[in-house]
Design a protein around this ligand. Structure first.
Ligand code: GLN
Length: 204
């Protein structure tokens, strides 16, 4: 199956996501207007500034097309992208897409983790366990977890990687450390970590 993934390029750290897809040998293209969504099989919402991203999504009339697209396509959100995927954000200037049943608090780590690299242990289905140096930049905190959420990684007891069927949210920047595994989870059908395999193992 040939997969073409879009990277939402309104603002923020989108360029390095294309490098991840090059390494995975998956085609990736920019998404800037609603019609770009017709040409892709999945989407990355990158890190950046969620208040700005939210304003741009609204002014470009992208909120409904993105929400509709996400119903049956995989979406990966990193940092500000995770904020955009939440059900609720404590900062009401952000109008999130409601793809993950989580509540998110922007910049809640404060200065301590404004920008830092931590070793985080990730665990997929309690089978695949690995440690990765993970970069947080003014990261959001996931303050509430709702239904149907698999936690793939925690830092300091707080979830930093959450999967809900075909939606994956990360509070960090995998692209900065050449961490490709989360892009594999959502978009690499040949990977042992492909989300359909993880969801299946989770359910059984
Ligand atoms: N603090 C930013 C926000 O609230 C997110 C930071 C990031 O994406 N690195 O949107």
């Amino acid at each position: 199956m040939v997969i073409k993934v879009g990277v939402l390029e309104l603002q923020g750290d989108f360029a390095l996501h294309h490098r991840v897809f090059e390494r995975l040998e998956i085609q990736s293209v920019p998404v800037k207007v609603a019609s770009d969504l017709d040409l892709i099989d999945g989407l990355v919402i990158p890190g950046g500034e969620s208040t700005t991203m939210s304003l741009l999504i609204n002014s470009l009339k992208l909120w409904s097309p993105l929400n509709e697209f996400a119903k049956d396509h995989p979406v990966l959100g990193t940092c500000a992208g995770l904020i955009m995927m939440a059900r609720d954000v404590t900062d009401k200037r952000v109008k999130p897409l409601g793809l993950l049943d989580i509540v998110v608090d922007r910049n809640a780590y404060g200065r301590q983790i404004e920008s830092s690299t931590k070793i985080v242990t990730y665990c997929f289905n309690s089978i695949h366990k690995f440690e990765l140096a993970t970069t947080f930049i003014r990261a959001p905190i996931i303050s509430e977890i709702g239904v149907n959420i698999q936690i793939l990684g925690k830092f300091d007891g707080v979830p930093v990687a959450v999967l809900s069927e075909h939606h994956l949210g990360l509070s960090f920047h995998p692209e900065l450390n050449e961490i490709d595994i989360f892009h594999e989870v959502l978009f690499d059908t040949s990977s042992q970590y492909f989300y359909k395999k993880l969801n299946h193992a989770h359910a059984t």
